[in-house]
Design a protein around this ligand. Structure first.
Ligand SMILES: [Fe+2]
Length: 181
């Protein structure tokens, strides 16, 4: 099993943009996360300077860090694969800016649910949500991610040696990788 084989590249540029409309510390709803993601997505000047497609590296830049929420611009290339994960107690939204992301959700006794999220589309999720992201056929892809409250402990899901599903606690600031790869 390969774990955390990719270099972690997390760049923090705190409070560059202030998007909070609710009192500091008040968690946002998934719909509010969607509104922030879509609003920032419509402002290339807000996200374009943070795009960085490097071969072999999934590049993160946190462009907002409030008590109530945080926003990342993520640049994807190659065969980056988050593996299945949850988001702890956070809800959120993901807005695709360019390229495309395959989102896969675990089916419980059913086939997994997979869809392509294309530029201009936004998905929302509650804290109960489990999914996996991969860029579309290795096409350089850029997305905005809003989490509220900011990610704390999250969970990565993988297949144990006996075939049973395992949840591994992960720091929300660590890079997610497919633990079964
Ligand atoms: Fe996620």
């Amino acid at each position: 099993m390969q774990r955390f084989s990719l270099t972690i590249h997390i760049f923090r540029k705190e409070n560059i943009l202030s998007t909070a409309k609710t009192p500091i510390g008040t968690p946002l709803s998934p719909d509010e996360c969607v509104a922030i993601a879509a609003t920032l997505g419509a402002q290339p000047d807000a996200w374009r300077p943070h795009v960085n497609h490097q071969p072999g590296v999934r590049h993160f830049e946190r462009i907002v860090h409030e008590d109530s929420h945080e926003v990342y611009v993520i640049s994807w290339v190659d065969d980056h694969d988050t593996g299945f994960h949850d988001h702890g107690v956070s809800c959120g939204a993901v807005h695709v800016l360019e390229g495309g992301i395959f989102e896969e959700r675990l089916g419980f006794g059913e086939s997994n649910l997979e869809r392509l999220v294309e530029p201009g589309e936004t998905i929302r999720f509650a804290p109960s949500y489990i999914h996996r992201f991969r860029p579309q056929n290795g096409i350089p892809t850029t997305s905005i991610h809003v989490y509220s409250p900011p990610l704390g402990a999250i969970g990565a899901y993988h297949r144990g040696d006996d075939g049973a599903l395992i949840r591994t606690p992960i720091d929300g600031e660590a890079e997610l990788v497919n633990l079964n790869a």
